[in-house]
Design a protein around this ligand. Structure first.
Ligand SMILES: [Zn+2]
Ligand SMILES: [Zn+2]
Length: 121
């Protein structure tokens, strides 16, 4: 898949994707970075999500709802399975507003994570 730069910017209800997104916890355990390819424009996107950071908001206002999240046994998986992700491919797609919180194609999506314990599937 190659990044489709001609995809016009558009926001809408979150898509659902089974694309292989990876979630990794930062070395200090305070952030989960989710990386993958946008299901709409196929651009590479990486979104940091703060975990277990009471009283400290993210740099992006839209993430402030995450403040106070208590880290679970596997915060990376938790973030991957529950959060809505936004395209942050970094490319100024056609018709992109100037004040968008995430520079990308405007897509948002949820990742359908297989249930735990599904070895060999
Ligand atoms: Zn995109
Ligand atoms: Zn893009």
């Amino acid at each position: 898949m190659t990044h489709d730069f001609t995809t016009p910017y558009a926001e809408g209800p979150p898509l659902r994707t089974t694309a292989p997104f990876t979630a990794r916890t930062s070395p200090d355990g305070r952030e989960v970075v989710v990386e993958g390819c946008c299901p709409r424009c196929q651009g590479t996107t990486a979104s940091p999500f703060p975990v277990g950071l009471p009283g400290s908001g993210g740099t992006k206002g839209i993430l402030s709802r995450l403040v106070g999240r208590s880290p679970g046994a596997d915060p990376a998986r938790d973030v991957l399975a529950t959060e809505v992700f936004f395209c942050e491919c970094g490319y100024a797609h056609p018709q992109q507003p100037t004040d968008v919180p995430f520079v990308g194609c405007g897509a948002s999506w949820r990742v359908l994570v297989p249930p735990p314990g599904g070895h060999g599937a």
